[in-house]
Design a protein around this ligand. Structure first.
Ligand code: ASP
Length: 348
């Protein structure tokens, strides 16, 4: 399968072979992501990022990835500053912006909008998050992180116990992640959520059809035991339109809970942002110095894997190896003060 020229609207697009090809390409591009090598492989190409909803990581990391590939970026954020506020359709906006760029990244609160953008253009559209639907590039970075974290401790992605925790109904990252993780073999997937925030049935059924075991739980206290991965998520309050949403403090993933129920090699991830307001019952900051917490390695992984996706969609992957060159500027050896043990002897 070739990704060249494809729209990336759902994780359904990828199979295991394609995923692993992207991991290899991301490894190759990691020194570029870390500012230790440079490439101009996408010189002259332009990416447009159109974000109709809040974003920190997805927009900035897509733009940074494209810039580090030697491309250029134009962007617009928020419907209020675009002509959509004057009544322009998504189709017209998409067709117009496509004439200005070679790839679009679109985030929109309505699940169908990215599909309308894609239908109106031959220029590849990347879904940067569509309402409570999907977030395929987040799932790519989650899988790439997990592959690296498990590899460091001698584990592969098959035969694992995976706990997905929190708002599994509206959390689009876990929807895309379910589709990618179930490309692997023989998993036990524990979906841990209050009953009203459960994983959509279609995703559970499809995981079972692929031969995986599904367990449902509303208690992190018991369900996280023996997990290889704990993937925590934020309550998606923006999807509730002011309705009260019961969410007990059992869903606070903190040091006390992790030391009581998790193994020494459990990997703890979260797509971020985590809600750090008092009483938010999200992933707690008291885990920050715990080496099992992979959240910043996860955000770092967003650059090389998105670079790998962009060069693949633009048909330039084969040109990457010969395009890499040394850089002349200063960059600290490790980005975060606690990074050394995780990046020692690796590409960065
Ligand atoms: N940043 C992720 C997203 O856009 C996760 C979240 O917002 O909770 O879906």
């Amino acid at each position: 399968m070739s990704l060249t020229g494809k729209h990336v609207l759902s994780s359904d697009l990828f199979d295991r072979e394609e995923l692993e090809r992207l991991f290899v390409l991301a490894d190759l591009l990691t020194p570029v992501a870390r500012g230790r090598k440079a490439t101009r492989v996408l010189e002259g190409a332009v990416m447009a990022s159109l974000f109709f909803e809040a974003s920190t990581r997805t927009r900035l990391s897509c733009e940074s990835a494209f810039l580090r590939l030697g491309g250029g970026v134009v962007n617009s954020t928020g419907p209020e500053i675009m002509s959509i506020a004057k009544g322009e359709s998504y189709a017209d906006t998409s067709r117009v912006v496509s004439g200005y760029c070679d790839l679009l990244v679109v985030r929109h609160p309505e699940e169908t909008a990215v599909h309308e953008f894609a239908a109106a253009t031959n220029v590849p559209v990347i879904n940067g998050g569509n309402g409570a639907g999907e977030h395929p590039t987040q799932a790519l970075l989650d899988m790439y992180t997990l592959h690296r974290e498990f590899a460091r401790t001698g584990r592969g992605l098959d035969n694992r116990r995976i706990a997905l925790v929190g708002d599994l109904r509206y959390g689009r990252t876990v929807h895309s992640l379910m589709k990618l993780i179930t490309l692997y073999e023989n998993l036990t997937i524990v979906c841990v959520s209050p009953a009203h925030l459960g994983m959509p049935a279609a995703l559970l059924e499809s995981a079972e059809r692929r031969g995986h075991r599904i367990e449902l739980s509303d208690s992190p206290q018991t369900a996280l035991k023996d997990a290889d991965l704990v993937y925590a998520t934020r309550l998606q309050t923006e999807r509730f339109a002011g309705q009260p949403t019961p969410y007990s403090d059992e869903f606070r993933i903190d040091k006390a809970l992790v030391s009581r129920v998790c193994r020494d090699d459990t990997v703890i991830m979260h797509p971020l942002p985590r809600n750090s307001r008092p009483g938010s019952n999200d992933l707690a900051a008291d885990l920050n110095s715990d080496p099992r917490l992979a959240i910043f390695r996860q955000t770092d992984a967003g650059i090389p894997i998105r670079m790998a996706l962009f060069v693949s969609v633009l048909g330039a992957a084969e040109a990457v190896p010969d395009s890499l060159r040394r850089v002349a500027w200063y960059r600290p050896e490790y980005t975060g003060p606690d990074d050394a043990p995780f990046y020692r002897n690796t590409a960065g």
